[in-house]
Design a protein. Sequence first.
Length: 99
Amino acid sequence: MTLFRAVQEALANVARHATAGKTGVTLSYMEDVVVADVRDDGVGFTPSDACGGGFGLTAMRQRVVRLAGNIEVESAPGQGTAISVTVPAIPIAAEQGAT
């Protein structure tokens, strides 16, 4: 659910702010982590300037950190934006044992 919400928020930010022509979403499942990447070719921004501007990136970061995950934002004016969200993968066996 955390990955879904992070991607949802990233796409909402693209729609609101990016003026992007193209946006791509990639979901990768690796042995120990799951990674969701959202990239756009929009107007970009300076990530340090966005920290106090709204709740989207802050809330996204708070959700991800609660799961011992990580979020990386790469952007620059005129260069588009890439957001990568990584959370630990939960093995199926561990999930089944919890029920």
